[in-house]
Every structure is written in structure tokens, then in C-alpha cells.
Design a protein around this ligand. Structure first.
Ligand SMILES: C[S@@+](CC[C@H](N)C(=O)[O-])C[C@H]1O[C@@H](n2cnc3c(N)ncnc32)[C@H](O)[C@@H]1O
Ligand SMILES: *[C@@H]1O[C@H](CO)[C@@H](O)[C@H](O)[C@H]1NC(C)=O
Ligand SMILES: *[C@@H]1O[C@H](CO)[C@@H](O)[C@H](O)[C@H]1NC(C)=O
Ligand SMILES: *[C@@H]1O[C@H](CO)[C@@H](O)[C@H](O)[C@H]1NC(C)=O
Length: 425
């Protein structure tokens, strides 16, 4: 009943919007959707999967742009370096734990060994690392072929990096791999439900036809599950965008898999806090829970604020999930969202305000709403079932969602994420 009410509500809000401002008119009496052409024209067409791959490979050429650490090929090689060194880096960490254990007086160690077999635990973890290392090796292998990079070029890059004391980044690698759980494992199902539910319900209600699908853009899409869920709704032309080469390597790898749950790894062995049992700590996760067709969603790699220079007014919908707070310059993000939407297009947001390192500005929710409104976004009423209004008088709703949570962990970190929909005027 609640769900019916919910759907009716979002449907009505959207239809009202459609009649006044959109070229899309839903013929409610027939329950069919009719595209009513207006003077509005899409400026350019979206790229195809193959076209995008060609563009990407060209972009990755050393000769395109200045060769420094911000060059896309440099960033990709840095991530490949990271995944290549996963095993060595992790073994070094285990060695550190083994050495720390030596500080425990012998009498206490004897007790630990006879009761909980601590040395055996360390050895087991070390052994399980092999499985993860095999996965990271497969990711590198697939990446090399997808991006047309030779092993010798990577070897050369690694040699040079290490000689300049640029060591592999273990955290980004571990984060990239943990996202397999959030996006592509059964274990991430509940977490995905929490975040995706309100977004997908809203999009599902938007009037559209197969002939004239709505164009959706998802910047900062991580491993792309939400983008593929939107695609599954039908009637959407989905583009996702991600800047991190660590994430993109992981996504390219997932989209290459053709057998469900064919890959397994141990996502939790690198952090020993918050485990109820050592079995939990050591357990394996399989993925992907679903096989995807890589070309069903277009991934455009690069910085959201610059790669879509030619896509002004191209999108009907932009969905930002756990994204806007990643900005160095939040105002540039808002301007980019506004520019890329067509007039009457809709921005759907869900996420916290967790500012990263050295953002130029750090705004509170009320400030973001005020700023967005002044830039030409009109905030819309949304379904009360999504969550309570956070600030009275503002149609922004809060809901508790987890991000990258270990479902069996003893910690329960969650965000009071903020949901809103705003229409570009
Ligand atoms: C907190 S994660 C969220 C990922 C995904 N939306 C999810 O919910 O799982 C934010 C993502 O935004 C990406 N990102 C940060 N700045 C970006 C930019 N300028 N352009 C595109 N992606 C960016 C990061 O690499 C990261 O993957
Ligand atoms: C909607 O359907 C009704 C009944 O078939 C029809 O009379 C009407 O013209 C349609 N409206 C539009 C906008 O096409
Ligand atoms: C792949 O790289 C090789 C050598 O670096 C180059 O000759 C070839 O044209 C590239 N292929 C594509 C499809 O870009
Ligand atoms: C909304 O607020 C009511 C009353 O304060 C509270 O009982 C309820 O749990 C809240 N709902 C959510 C989803 O936070």
C-alpha cells in the first residue's frame, strides 16, 4: 500500500513537471507515453561503445597532451602498478603484524598459541592473500589488453616509479577491490537497496519511450552498478563517468566476466578490526552476482567537469550518488551538472557531505540548496516515504545508508544521506 502511494505520488509530481516543462507528455488515459517534439534539439549525439573505446585509446596516447603524472596514461599505469604490487604490499603488511606479535612476551604467546593459534591465523591470512593476488593479477592482465598496453611498458613504468620512490598505492587498490562487494556481490545487496531504491523508483516513473529513451548521466559512478540498474529499467540511454583509474580497471574487469559468481576473493583480510569471528574475517565473497553486457552502458573515463565539454544540454537526467562531496570545487560540479542538463532536465542526488582533502569550499546542506537554487535549479517535492525532511521548508530528505559496510562487522558506520531532485530552469 505504501509503495502504491509512493509510486502514485512520484508519478504525479513528475507528470506535472512533464506537462509544464518537458517535451515528454504522458497520455495517462491510454497509459502510453508520447513524445511531443518541441523546438528543443539535442545538440550532438552520444558516442557509441566502440567509438568511445577508440577515443579513449587515442586519449591515452603519450603524444596526446603533456606527459606528467596527470596524463591519463600515467594515471592508468600508476593504477596498474598498484594492482601489480598488491601481493608484495599486502605481504609486507602481514610481516609487520608478525613482527608486532613478537613483542608479546613468550609466556603470553604460548597461551595465545595453545588457545587461539595466532600464528596459524597469520599464516592463513598470508595464504588467502594468494587468492586476492590472483584477482589483482587478472585485473592487470585484462586492463593491459583492454587499454592496449604491453607488459613491457608497464614493467618499465614500475621500474622508473620505484627508482623515483613512487611506490604503489595499496589503499586505492584495496578500495577498488572492496567495491566489488558494494556493487557486484550478493553481500552488497542490502546496501544497494538502501541507496538505489529511491533513485530507481523515481526514474522508473519518468515518462519515456523505447524510440526516444531518456538520456541519463551518472558521474563518479564507481563500479557502475547503479548505471546498469538504470539501464535495466528500459527506455534509458545510460552514460556513466568515472575519473579514478583504479575504479575503471575494476569496472572493465567486471564487465569482462561472462559467468556469474565466477570470481572469489577475501575482501576483509586486510583489516582485522570489527570481526565477530575469524571466519568472518577470512570469508570469501564471489562476484559478479549478475553478468552485464559492457556495451549496454557507456563509460566515459575522465574528469566529469572537463570530459563532457561538448555535451552541453545533452542529458535529461543526471544522477549523483555519493558524489558531490568529492569535488575540489563544488561550484564547478554544480555548474557542470547545470550545463549538461537540458532545460527542464532533472538532477537526482543521494549522498552525504563528506568533504575530502583540500576542497576549495566546504558547504553545509542549506548552503548547497541556496546556491543551487540561485544557479537555476528548482527543488521538487519528493516522496515522504523516502525519508524525513532534513531542514523544514526544504524538499531534501535524509535517509540512513551504509557505504562499503561489512554486513557481518561489529561496526555500523552509516550516513544520513540527503536525497533531492531539482529541475534545471
Ligand atoms: C564515494 S565514490 C562513489 C562511487 C559510486 N557512485 C558509488 O556510490 O558506489 C565517489 C567517486 O567519484 C569519483 N570522482 C571523484 N572526482 C571525480 C571527477 N572529477 N569526475 C569523475 N569522477 C570523480 C571517485 O573516483 C569515486 O569513484
Ligand atoms: C490521449 O488519449 C486519448 C484517448 O485515446 C485521446 O483522445 C487523446 O487525444 C490523447 N492525448 C494525446 C496528448 O495524445
Ligand atoms: C596498440 O598499440 C600498438 C603498439 O603500441 C599500436 O601499434 C596499435 O596501433 C595499438 N592498437 C590500437 C587499436 O590502438
Ligand atoms: C521520521 O521522523 C519520525 C518522527 O520524528 C520518526 O519516528 C521516524 O523514524 C523518522 N523516519 C525516518 C525514516 O527517519
Amino acid at each position: 500500500m505504501l509503495r502504491e502511494l509512493f509510486l502514485l505520488f512520484t508519478c504525479m509530481a513528475w507528470v506535472e513537471f512533464a506537462i509544464h516543462f518537458s517535451p515528454w507528455i504522458k497520455n495517462i488515459s491510454q497509459n502510453v507515453e508520447i513524445y511531443t517534439p518541441t523546438t528543443f534539439q539535442y545538440p550532438v549525439s552520444l558516442n557509441t561503445y566502440n567509438g568511445e573505446h577508440t577515443r579513449l585509446l587515442q586519449n591515452l596516447q603519450r603524444s596526446s597532451g603533456k606527459w606528467d603524472s596527470t596524463h591519463p596514461r600515467h594515471r592508468l599505469l600508476t593504477a596498474l602498478h598498484g594492482y601489480t604490487c598488491y601481493k608484495d604490499k599486502s605481504l609486507a603488511e602481514v610481516d609487520k603484524w608478525r613482527n608486532l606479535y613478537k613483542n608479546v612476551p613468550k609466556r603470553q604467546r604460548t597461551l595465545l598459541e595453545s588457545t587461539i593459534h595466532y600464528t596459524r591465523k597469520i599464516n592463513t591470512i598470508e595464504h588467502l592473500l594468494d587468492t586476492n593476488a590472483k584477482l589483482s593479477r587478472s585485473m592487470v592482465d585484462y586492463g593491459l589488453s583492454f587499454y592496449n598496453i604491453s607488459q613491457s611498458e608497464l614493467d618499465e613504468f614500475i621500474k622508473e616509479s620505484e627508482s623515483q620512490q613512487r611506490s604503489a598505492d595499496r589503499t586505492s587498490v584495496s578500495q577498488g577491490m572492496k567495491h566489488f562487494v558494494r556493487d557486484w556481490a550478493d553481500e552488497g545487496h542490502e546496501e544497494r537497496q538502501q541507496s538505489f531504491g529511491c533513485i530507481l523508483n523515481s526514474l522508473a516513473q519518468m515518462p519515456r519511450t523505447k524510440e526516444r529513451p531518456l538520456r541519463v548521466l551518472l558521474p563518479g559512478s564507481g563500479l557502475g552498478r547503479l548505471a546498469h540498474e538504470v539501464d535495466k529499467l528500459g527506455g534509458f540511454d545510460v552514460t556513466m563517468n568515472e575519473w579514478s583509474a583504479y575504479m575503471n580497471l575494476a569496472y572493465r574487469y567486471v564487465s569482462s566476466l561472462s559467468v556469474p559468481n565466477s570470481v572469489q576473493f577475501h575482501p576483509y583480510i586486510d583489516w582485522w578490526s570489527h570481526h565477530a569471528t575469524t571466519d568472518d574475517l577470512q570469508r570469501s565473497i564471489t562476484f559478479p552476482d549478475e553478468v552485464i553486457h559492457p556495451s549496454s552502458v557507456l563509460l566515459v573515463e575522465g574528469d566529469f567537469t572537463t570530459v563532457f565539454a561538448e555535451h552541453t544540454g545533452l542529458y535529461d537526467i543526471i544522477v549523483t550518488l555519493f558524489f558531490i562531496d568529492t569535488a575540489r570545487n563544488l561550484i564547478t560540479y554544480l555548474e557542470t551538472i547545470h550545463r549538461l542538463l537540458r532545460p527542464g532536465g532533472r538532477w537526482v542526488n543521494l549522498g552525504p557531505l563528506l568533504y575530502g582533502t583540500a576542497p576549495f569550499v566546504q558547504l553545509s546542506l542549506d548552503e548547497i540548496v541556496a546556491l543551487s537554487a540561485s544557479m537555476g535549479f528548482e527543488f521538487q517535492e519528493t516522496d515522504p516515504a523516502i525519508g524525513n525532511v532534513t531542514l523544514s521548508g526544504l524538499p531534501v530528505r535524509g535517509l540512513e545508508v551504509a557505504y562499503g559496510r561489512n554486513g557481518r562487522g561489529l561496526n555500523k558506520n552509516a550516513y544520513q544521506a540527503q536525497y533531492w531532485e531539482a529541475v534545471k530552469r
